[in-house]
Structure formats: structure tokens, C-alpha cells
Design a protein around this ligand. Structure first.
Ligand code: ZN
Length: 379
């Protein structure tokens, strides 16, 4: 005879085999070990913690460790991840960022709140502010010089194709006008040092510019992020008429391929190695003195092997970095770049990042970017 506990565990394991239940309902992580017995969804351990924040709507239990009643098992059977998705994700806008288990807790928490607490994506729900093509409000913005965060008014206007911010509250003259055409936004909680930290970047005359902002309210910050994505989608639809939406969606916002400290030499390789913060943004390798700098010190275009780009571990004979010993040599048609990493693991990671692009043929528009880089000086 099976005990009641063993029976309920057996039933739960059978339910996990049903379509949709093998992955977390909220972040798609494999093999969920928790479930919300009020919503009827199977979730991963990490998302179960976020469901505890909406305990008035969702109550979670461990599949393995907690006792389950027959009524709770029936609910899990009658709902499940497939049916819950059909209910709670009916009207998710195409541009809306659906986080995975790799994304930061803020994005996952707000996704869970939007779905189950605010019911933003249920049929008949109201149109959310991030969908309307215009947004204004105050964000804390990191000062360029002293690193202090000051309240600044931001205005996103899809019709004008820009994001602006103002130093003075009554300000007529924006302090910066950022074109939606080159705008990117990425949550960088570790780098910025706050869970709600968003990095906004754009290009000014092909030079990267960074802004670091946050809002105390997590919903407000994620709404800004999705408003930027909505504006980007509108822009891309006009810029690439007829392009399938599936091709445009990955271009709305992007994370860095890799970032971290390396040392680099100057063009003559005799100036000594200097420690810099590097960000690999698609084929653009940028470097900064400080991770939170507004301006890049320089940037390197990473083309493809057939166009004369290559990456090798190690440094040329006779060249040594004084501190970090894990060298990388990157050859470009114009110049050879020498880098040094702190650990073998870091070096392996960077070489893999370079290979992603060097091993991949360049797209027509990337030739144009490469040509614009050639007009730039390394400073
Ligand atoms: Zn999850």
C-alpha cells in the first residue's frame, strides 16, 4: 500500500509530464520543483520565491517536500502551465520583454506581477502606459563627473523618434537627445549596484554614450524599459518595411555579449598595459576607464575571419603584461590589439566572445559600420 504522501507525489510527477509543465510557467527553466496551488502553475525554485511576494494571489508549495491535499492536486490537474498561459498571457504585446531564468530578478518579478497580480495581459485589460508611444517621468540619473544620482526628467517620444532628458525641471532645452534608432537599454544591477539599475546607451556620431538610471519603483523602471522596446519596434517597422516581426523583435534591446576588465596596450605596444573596462556589444568592442563611464575611451570593430580579423591566445614574443598574464592577440586589417586577462577563465570567455563574430560572415550593414570605424582615431 502506498501512503497518501507517496500517492500525491506520484500524481504530481505524472502532472509534470503533461505538456507545458516540464518548464517553469514564468521563466521557462527546466524541471520545476514548486507549484502555485492557487494559480495552478508549476514554477522553478527562483520564481516560487517571487510568487511569495504576491501571497494574496499565489500560494506556493514544494512538489517534493510539502503535503498536498486532493483538492489541490485536482486544481493542478485542471489548470497547469498551458491553460494558465492561455489565460494570463492572452494579450502580451510583441515588444514586451518576456524574461527567462537568465534575466535579473526585477524583470522576472515584474513579469509575474504583471501577469497574475495586475492581470495586464488578460483579455479586456486596460492599455498600459508603455504601449502608447509617449512617456515622461523622473528617473535618478548618475552624474557624469561625481557619480551622484540626481532626479532628471525623461521624455520618450515615439513620434519624434527620440528619448530626451532635462537637467532643470522646467527645462525647455534637453540636456541630451537620443535617437531611438541607436537606443539600447539593458538592466545591469551588479554593475550599477542597485537591483533596479538600467543602462541606457546610444550612439552620437558613431560614438557610444551611456546613461545609468534607476527608479525606486520596480514597475516604473520595467515600464520604462518596455516603453523603449515599444518605441524601438515602431522605429524598426518603418526602417525595415516588410521585414517579418520575428526578425525585428531580437533587435529591440540587447545585452552585452561579454563585459569585464582586461588590460590593453596602445598602438605601439610599448606604452605598457592599462586596465580598462570592456563591453562587447555585437561587433563593437568598447573600452572605458570605469564601468560606469558615460563615454568610451575607444572602440574596436570585430569583423570576420575572411575580412582579415583573427583572435589568438597569447602575446607576441617579447611582449609581457606587468600584472595580468593571460594574453589575447586580436588582429584587425589595420592594427593588432593586445589584451591581458586576470585569469585563464576570463581569457577563455573573451576568446569565445571574439570567435562568435570572427567566425561569422559580416552582414551588408556591418560593412557600413566597419567603414565608419576606420574614420575614427583610437584615443
Ligand atoms: Zn522560473
Amino acid at each position: 500500500m502506498f501512503s497518501e504522501r507517496e500517492n500525491s507525489r506520484k500524481r504530481l510527477m505524472e502532472l509534470l509530464d503533461k505538456p507545458g509543465n516540464s518548464h517553469c510557467a514564468d521563466c521557462s527553466a527546466t524541471a520545476p520543483e514548486w507549484a502555485s496551488y492557487t494559480l495552478g502553475v508549476f514554477v522553478c525554485h527562483s520564481c516560487s520565491g517571487l510568487h511569495r511576494n504576491i501571497a494574496h494571489i499565489s500560494k506556493v508549495k514544494s512538489l517534493l517536500l510539502d503535503p498536498w491535499t486532493t483538492a489541490q492536486l485536482e486544481l493542478m490537474d485542471s489548470v497547469g502551465n498551458h491553460a494558465a498561459k492561455a489565460t494570463y498571457e492572452q494579450t502580451v504585446p510583441a515588444f514586451y520583454f518576456r524574461p527567462t531564468h537568465k534575466d535579473c530578478a526585477l524583470l522576472r518579478e515584474q513579469w509575474i506581477r504583471a501577469k497574475y497580480e495586475r492581470k495586464e495581459f488578460m483579455l479586456g485589460g486596460r492599455q498600459e502606459s508603455y504601449s502608447v508611444g509617449y512617456r515622461e517621468g523622473f528617473l535618478w540619473k548618475r552624474g557624469k563627473d561625481n557619480g551622484q544620482y540626481l532626479s532628471r526628467k525623461f521624455v520618450l517620444c515615439e513620434q519624434e523618434g527620440v528619448l530626451k532628458y532635462f537637467n532643470k525641471h522646467d527645462g525647455r532645452e534637453p540636456k541630451a537627445i537620443m535617437s531611438i534608432a541607436t537606443l539600447n537599454a539593458t538592466f545591469q544591477p551588479v554593475k550599477i549596484g542597485t537591483a533596479h539599475g538600467l543602462q541606457i546607451s546610444y550612439l552620437k556620431d558613431e560614438n557610444p554614450r551611456n546613461l545609468f538610471v534607476y527608479h525606486e519603483d520596480g514597475k516604473e523602471m520595467v515600464d520604462w524599459f518596455n516603453a523603449i522596446r515599444a518605441a524601438r519596434l515602431s522605429y524598426l517597422r518603418v526602417a525595415f518595411p516588410g521585414a517579418p516581426e520575428a526578425d525585428l523583435l531580437p533587435k529591440l534591446t540587447r545585452d552585452y555579449v561579454k563585459q569585464g576588465f582586461m588590460e590593453k596596450t596602445g598602438p605601439k605596444h610599448t606604452e605598457g598595459f592599462k586596465k580598462r573596462w570592456f563591453c562587447m556589444d555585437e561587433r563593437r568592442l568598447m573600452y572605458f576607464k570605469d564601468p560606469l563611464d558615460a563615454y568610451a575611451r575607444g572602440q574596436v570593430f570585430i569583423g570576420s575571419q575572411e575580412n582579415g580579423y583573427d583572435v589568438l591566445p597569447g602575446l607576441p614574443p617579447g611582449v609581457h603584461s606587468s600584472r595580468w598574464q593571460y594574453g589575447i592577440t586580436v588582429a584587425t586589417p589595420d592594427r593588432t590589439y593586445l589584451f591581458a586577462c586576470e585569469s585563464e577563465k576570463e581569457r577563455t570567455g573573451w576568446i569565445a566572445a571574439f570567435h562568435t563574430f570572427i567566425g561569422c560572415p559580416m552582414l551588408p550593414q556591418e560593412y557600413a559600420v566597419e567603414a565608419r570605424f576606420k574614420h575614427q582615431l583610437d584615443y
